[in-house]
Design a protein around this ligand. Sequence first.
Ligand code: FES
Length: 111
Amino acid sequence: MVHAEMYHLRVCGGPRCAERGSDELRRAFEQALASRGLGNRAAVSRIDGVCHGRCRFGPNVFVSPGDIWYRDVSVADAMAIVEEHVGAGRPVTRLIGESPAFLQLDDDVPW
Ligand code: FES
């Protein structure tokens, strides 16, 4: 994978991902970027008020460029994503949401 100049890490802040800790996760990304000196390599935001239809895998994180969805992301996973994806340009394959179940939208999406 080509190493991007600048990544954007978007933490889903929809209602169910918020219940599962998306704000704490956003802060964990910011802290991980700062602690690894990578604050100039990625921007972090929380997308509020929008559900992405995969609540059962939340909190979910969308990374661009590359259009990669990470699912079930924990605070500990934030450091791995920062070090491996942002720092080295290698997506963390164990966290990528690409299973058929992940790709199918929830039946009861709280749009
Ligand atoms: S609230 Fe994040 S996917 Fe639904």
